[in-house]
Design a protein around this ligand. Structure first.
Ligand code: ATP
Ligand code: MG
Length: 384
């Protein structure tokens, strides 16, 4: 008998697909956090003897450890998912155990989505109850919709109702996620107010309501740059505890984040680890940090800041692309030339102004920098 793969914790963090129940399920491109880290979650649950809030898979302490990493009594190593102050994670987790929802706020690429997925995976074992916020998000995506064939044939009934992810989370006592909350039109945002304050979702068509089961809560993310698009009403904001995710404080921290994520992404894309990786990562992160700050790392030279966001997330994709280039077209070493195209693409958003900024940085800072000759040459070649 074939065992049901979804029921089993997978053996390692890079284990195969758990989707589908066929004999040879096709490997998925990206696993949900609860599948990718099933072994860690199972080990944490087995060794967690602290009190758990109703319907939580883990205690708040174990959830925080899952996010920030650590070693368990039996020697299991829990890899850090979020690299940054543990206190931030503790506040976020604690919020979810109260009657307030959690709002993760920050500039692009500060791991808001990533943290929200891992929190939901650790607390509810399910990170998929997700509403993607856009300017076109309808009320049905937050409340419920109808199956029109059923509705026309039999009239309004529970069977004809199509619950939103939020409604399902309420009924099951799980964590729901709302991405990019501030992009959602104000009237749709408002439908969250009753849900979060009364913990109930009325269904007037059926003369009934869905009452949230204990364990239900909601994590929303919002981007700093969207401020003013659809500002949260103060009534809604009061229902949230806001946790701001900062940019990585130091070069070392950001290098660690990029190294770790490039390693994971590389493995999932079957890219080998290449020599030269550590050096190029350090350079990409240095360039991004200096341009972001408008100042060189030694604090001596001011530089202009380009229009692009230059987030950690972009540094990760520049290096991952470089790795792919070097693997398929290179000589087995990750070289400066493999990342300079990507850097140029990230820095130069405005073809005129940003190109000027980049050229000044290249000539004024990179050219004279010790040990960066190859980088300077490669960057000149891609058309600075
Ligand atoms: N402090 C960090 N610790 C671990 N990973 C990080 C950190 N900062 C960024 N990352 C990585 O950056 C990538 C992008 O993060 P994510 O998409 O969650 O950002 P975001 O804040 O949601 O951005 P956006 O505002 O554009 O939606 C993820 O792969 C994540 O692992
Ligand atoms: Mg996001």
């Amino acid at each position: 008998m074939a065992t049901e793969p979804t029921a089993e914790p997978t053996a390692g963090s890079a284990a195969g697909s758990t989707a589908g129940s066929g004999a040879h399920p096709a490997p998925v491109l990206r696993q949900h956090a609860e599948d990718a880290f099933a072994a860690e979650l199972a080990a944490l649950a087995a060794q967690d003897d602290r009190p758990r809030p109703e319907r939580w898979r883990l205690s708040p302490w174990a959830v925080a450890t899952y996010l920030t990493g650590g070693e368990l009594p039996d020697g299991t190593v829990v890899t850090p998912k979020y690299i940054g102050p543990r206190r931030i994670v503790e506040v976020a987790v604690t919020t979810l155990a109260t009657d307030r929802a959690l709002l993760l706020l920050g500039v692009p690429g500060t791991a808001k989505t990533w943290v929200s997925e891992h929190l939901a995976a650790a607390i509810s074992g399910d990170s998929t109850l997700l509403v993607q916020g856009t300017a076109g998000t309808p009320e049905e995506a937050v409340r419920y919709g109808w199956n029109y064939a059923q509705l026309l044939a039999h009239g309004p009934s529970h069977d004809a109702l199509v619950p939103s992810p939020v409604m399902r989370a309420m009924a099951d006592g799980r964590i729901a996620r709302v991405e990019e909350l501030t992009r959602i039109p104000a009237d749709v945002q408002d439908s969250l107010i009753t849900i979060l304050s009364e913990k109930t979702l009325p269904v007037p068509e059926l003369g009934s309501e869905i009452q949230a089961v204990r364990g239900f809560n909601l994590i929303a993310t919002a981007n700093d740059r969207d401020r003013g698009v659809n500002e949260l009403s103060s009534a809604l904001r009061r229902r949230f505890n806001t946790v701001v995710l900062p940019l990585p404080a130091t070069l070392e921290e950001e290098v660690e984040i990029v190294t770790r994520r490039v390693g994971q992404l590389g493995r999932s894309l079957d890219l080998p680890e290449l020599p030269g990786g550590a050096e190029q990562i350090r350079r990409v992160v240095t360039v991004f940090r200096e341009l972001r700050a408008g100042l060189t790392a030694d604090g001596r030279t001011k530089v202009k800041t380009p229009g692009g966001t230059l987030s950690t997330a972009e540094a990760i994709s520049v290096v991952t692309n470089g790795l792919a280039l070097a693997t398929h077209f290179g000589d087995g070493v990750l070289r400066a030339g493999d990342v300079t195209d990507g850097i140029l693409g990230a820095v130069v958003r405005d073809p005129v102004a940003d190109r000027q900024v980049w050229r000044e940085y290249l000539e004024g800072v990179v050219r004279e920098r010790e040990g960066w000759k190859d980088f300077y040459r490669a960057a000149r070649e891609v058309g600075a």
